[in-house]
Design a protein around this ligand. Structure first.
Ligand SMILES: C[S@@+](CC[C@H](N)C(=O)[O-])C[C@H]1O[C@@H](n2cnc3c(N)ncnc32)[C@H](O)[C@@H]1O
Length: 319
């Protein structure tokens, strides 16, 4: 064969084998691309109803990476199991009827709900004055615990109103549901679930309430997106009490899952908290500080003094 024919043949062989070579390499490329996408997706709340701003995603991502979320969930469940089963024990936070009255709960309301739900009350503020619950409304209580707020909401909404409480700690749920049965109540139920992923249709509820819970959630953006999704547009309200901070907490506090479970470590900076509420289509219309809520432990008091960790109540309107 003539030399020019040999080089022509080599060229042809190279051309023919080039796509085969690409195909052989493709799985690796596809795999590494998929890894990048997956690791990126792991950082972003998947259930967003609205486009998440890059900075918000970064706030959520950093927090998720800083605290060991599995460890945190276990600590939260253990702590609130004890609160349900042994409310008389000493905790690092105040509890029960004395706390409820101090925060502003109406003694007459407390007299009309199961006393056992009040003894395990571990909320951080009062918000029913902001919620304006009307008869017949459908209410969802996020992190309902032993049920005190849900029982009060049921008093206000009556029948055909309805209250659903959701909590992830079995012992809290069992106690709350036992009380529903004992008191033969027919407008309230407690279900197991995590508030980051609500098993309800869009626009189901008139009012979402929550007391001392969202600070415990590493992915707050996901929680507020879900709240906005299940609230009725235009009339729906979010009324809550929670712990926030004046300043962004430093890493040594945020990384400490024990301080999270004590309602300190997960306190979001107050302006960021408001941004996270408003991003999915709610508007904060009233916010107040619960000056009567006090931290008991030395470390909690220290954090409270230094970083302005505090309890607030607020109401936000679904747009
Ligand atoms: C501080 S207690 C408040 C309970 C109740 N709201 C009250 O005022 O007594 C927090 C409750 O939220 C629940 N909780 C915390 N994180 C949760 C989550 N991601 N999903 C569902 N429940 C959660 C805990 O199990 C616990 O019962």
């Amino acid at each position: 064969m003539r030399p020019q024919n040999i080089s022509l043949l080599c060229g042809l062989v190279t051309l023919l084998f080039f796509p085969v070579q690409l195909l052989i390499q493709a799985p690796d490329n596809v795999l590494s691309y998929r890894n990048i996408i997956e690791s990126f997706e792991n950082c972003i709340p998947k259930n967003n109803q609205v486009e998440t701003k890059k900075e918000d995603t970064m706030v959520a991502t950093t927090i998720q990476q800083q605290v060991d979320t599995a460890d945190l969930e276990q600590k939260v469940k253990t702590m609130y199991r004890d609160v349900a089963l042994e409310p008389e024990k000493e905790y690092h936070f105040e509890m029960g009827r004395p706390l409820a009255e101090k925060l502003g709960y109406n003694p007459d309301d407390l007299d009309h709900i199961p006393a056992a739900s009040i003894e395990s009350f571990a909320g951080v503020g009062y918000f029913f004055d902001l919620a304006g619950i009307k008869e017949g409304e459908k209410i969802l209580d996020l992190g309902s615990g032993s049920g005190m707020d849900a029982f009060i909401a049921a008093l206000k909404t009556g029948r055909p109103g309805y209250v659903t409480g959701i909590d992830m700690t079995d012992e809290q749920l069992e106690k709350a549901n036992r009380l529903v049965e004992d008191f033969n109540l027919n407008n309230i139920t407690f279900v197991k679930g995590k508030i980051e992923q609500l098993d309800f249709e869009d626009a189901t509820f008139d009012v979402v309430i929550s007391n001392g819970v969202i600070n415990l959630c590493p992915d707050k953006a996901k929680v507020f997106n879900e709240i906005a999704r299940v609230l009725k547009p235009e009339t729906g309200r979010l009324a809550l009490a929670d712990i926030v901070s004046r300043e962004q907490l430093p890493e040594n506090i945020v990384c400490n899952s024990t301080l999270w479970a004590s309602c300190i470590g997960g306190a979001a900076q107050e302006d960021n908290y408001k941004i996270l509420i408003e991003k999915p289509g709610m508007q904060v219309i009233n916010i107040k500080r619960n000056t009567k809520y006090e931290f008991i432990s030395k470390s909690a008091r220290g954090a409270s003094d230094k970083y302005g960790v505090k309890s607030i109540s607020l109401v936000a309107q679904r747009l």
